[in-house]
Design a protein around this ligand. Structure first.
Ligand code: DGL
Length: 365
């Protein structure tokens, strides 16, 4: 073989070798970069973020909870840039159908995963109707300081300008953010970060529906970064006294809604069905209508814990304000809305029936 051909062949093999080495070093570098990213597990539960509509302009009247977690993840390839993501479908429901059993299953799975050293944070995809309740239940039962971010969407995945993909991307970024450690369970939609305790759904259908109104959101997610400006002063996650690890059922606590001309029928039915606690979402400062005082006192005498909350949505329900709570042996909900007061009372009743202890819990969490 001529020298020229030999030189050409050795050049080719040299070039191939160098290309191989480059490829190898690039893939090693990429693997090293990927290894530096946080490990985030996405637990999917259903909701609009997993919903589909008849066509791209359907933003109400669509089918919730139809798209599986792997498809949700595949729809946002950018997730790989901010975290190593794994998905689990814990259940697939429209969140108006959430139950205590779902909460116990979800909280136990979250705690099991966060106990793993190779899990840095968790995202829970969820219907928006009861996101605030699930988030608060987890805020009181997750035993880790690692980030837990609950996320949803107001438009189904098939809609023009669906908000699910960007909400999911931001939630994963937040769950992998060191700044989110120790902030309690977070709810993140619409580029905003809210605490589980304060946030509520405030509009039936717009994308900016989640607000913490007077007590305020915690921060923003902007340009691939989470910005925190405040945090809740109330105890949460590792600082709570509640342990659901051995619980398979939660005490029945129901809510009665206050309105002019209300009757005792709903209260009597809930007590008769076995309620261990009643939250009254009362008018104003948790006021009790004259016709409701006797039935509430009767319920209390049967051992049912009565908590005065308000239907108003903001502000403190003051102890001994609109009712003599000391004399009636009632509890007040502080600033918790009725649906969150129900969650705290359920967990409180797994520990005690002492109303002074329960009142302490309402001033602590
Ligand atoms: N069915 C409602 C739910 O699953 C849809 C609302 C939503 O997820 O945005 O909560």
């Amino acid at each position: 073989m001529s020298t020229r051909k030999l030189t050409l062949r050795s050049f080719h093999s040299y070039a191939l070798m160098m290309f191989g080495a480059l490829l190898l070093s690039t893939s090693v570098a990429q693997a090293q970069d990927q290894a530096k990213l946080p490990n985030v597990v996405i637990l999917a539960t259903g909701g609009t973020i997993a919903g589909t509509g008849a066509d791209s302009t359907t933003t109400v009247g669509y089918t919730s909870a139809t798209v599986g977690v792997e498809k949700l993840i595949a729809a946002v390839p950018e997730l790989k840039k901010v975290a190593n993501v794994k998905g689990e479908q814990v259940f697939q429901i429209a969140s108006e159908s959430m139950t205590n059993d779902h909460w116990l299953k979800l909280a136990k799975r979250v705690n099991a995963l966060l106990a793993q050293p190779d899990v840095d944070g968790i995202v829970i995809t969820h219907g928006t109707d009861t996101i605030e309740e699930t988030a608060y239940f987890l805020d009181l039962t997750v035993k880790s300081r690692k980030p837990v971010v609950v996320v949803g969407a107001m438009r189904p995945s098939t809609a023009i300008s669906a908000d699910g993909p960007i909400n999911l991307y931001n939630a994963v970024l937040l769950a992998g953010s060191k700044d989110a450690i120790g902030k309690g369970v977070l709810v993140s939609l619409n580029d905003q970060i809210n605490s589980a305790r304060e946030v509520s759904k405030t509009n039936t259908s717009t994308t900016d529906t989640f607000k913490s109104t007077e007590l305020g959101m915690l921060g923003y997610i902007q340009g691939n970064k989470a910005y925190f400006y405040r945090q809740s002063t109330r105890k949460n996650t590792v600082d709570t006294e509640f342990d659901i690890s051995k619980l398979d059922v939660l005490p029945q606590v129901d809510i009665i809604y206050g309105y002019a001309n209300m009757t005792r029928a709903a209260l009597d039915a809930q007590v008769a069905s076995g309620a261990k606690g009643i939250i009254q979402a009362g008018v104003g400062d948790g006021s009790i209508a004259a016709q409701m005082k006797t039935p509430l006192v009767e319920a209390r005498k049967k051992g049912v814990i009565i908590v005065r909350a308000s239907r108003v949505g903001q502000g403190i329900v003051a102890r001994n304000g609109e009712a003599n709570d000391d004399e009636l042996d009632f509890v007040v909900a502080d600033t918790l809305n009725a649906q969150k007061a129900r969650i705290l009372l359920m967990l409180a009743l797994t520990k005690t029936k002492d109303t002074k202890e329960i009142q302490r819990m309402f001033y602590t969490y």
